[in-house]
Design a protein around this ligand. Structure first.
Ligand code: SF4
Length: 246
């Protein structure tokens, strides 16, 4: 009863109720389709929340400044590699003030084993300057202001807010994208549209689900040779294809 009530509440928010140009049978069909889509998503959500109860990032950090830098460096790079360079970086530049005064040569020399280190070094220094100049030396704690910082897009902002403040934000990286498509939670071709699909379907616990999907994608549902025999959601899987965002 409680479960049905939740599903009906969700259906009440779906667009199909607004499309009063549809025939009765089309509306009936859409409701059935939608209900099964929501039921699948709910079951997948509950399984992930149970299996990955305390999912958190594998990036190492001790405050929001360090987390933001680690997230910026992790774009198209592994967390392991990021964790190898950040201790030196954080020791030399413990806050935005110190980093804002760093030279490009100094920062790029420290992070040179990271992918796109030249671009990222410029972004880090620009981010630190902006935090100092526009935000009084404090990393902003909301999506809009975080995204004003150079090198911080919606995905990075959402990861920081979800991880550090446990706010209800989804972020779609390559792992989340692949898992979402293999489980038929989205058929969108971009990461941003996939994020919207997941937000619509899951609605809450988004930060936990993000980390859970990352860990599942990284260690189980890998791009090549996924561990399908031991998969706990194989009954929802529609393809082992290596989906990538465009
Ligand atoms: S069955 Fe394999 S490809 Fe499908 S979700 Fe599970 S691990 Fe991924």
């Amino acid at each position: 009863m409680g479960r049905n009530k939740i599903l009906l509440d969700k259906l009440a928010h779906e667009d199909i109720y607004l499309h009063n140009t549809l025939s009765e049978s089309e509306i009936e069909h859409n409701i059935t389709q939608n209900r099964s889509r929501l039921q699948r998503a709910e079951e997948i959500k509950q399984r992930f929340l149970q299996k990955y109860q305390n999912a958190k990032t594998e990036l190492q950090y001790s405050n929001i400044y360090e987390l933001l830098i680690a997230v910026m460096l992790s774009a198209q790079c592994t967390d392991k590699r990021v964790n190898l360079v950040t201790p030196t970086l954080f020791a030399k530049y413990p806050n935005t003030r110190a980093l804002s005064e760093a030279t490009f040569e100094e920062v790029s020399a420290i992070i040179k084993s990271i992918s796109f280190f030249n671009v990222k070094a410029r972004h880090l220094i620009a981010m630190a300057k902006s935090v100092e100049k526009d935000f009084g030396g404090n990393i902003p704690m909301n999506q809009r202001d975080l995204m004003k910082l150079q090198g911080v897009g919606q995905k990075s902002a959402n990861v920081v807010l979800g991880e550090f403040l446990h706010l209800n934000y989804m972020a779609v990286d390559t792992h989340v994208f692949r898992v979402s498509h293999r489980l038929s939670l989205s058929s969108s071709i971009s990461a941003i549209e996939t994020e919207k699909d997941l937000v619509r379907l899951f609605k809450d616990h988004l930060n936990l689900l993000h980390q859970a999907f990352v860990l599942f994608g990284r260690y189980e549902c890998k791009a090549t040779k996924p561990n399908c025999p031991d998969c706990f959601v194989s009954d929802f899987c529609i393809s082992k294809q290596n989906f990538k965002p465009r």
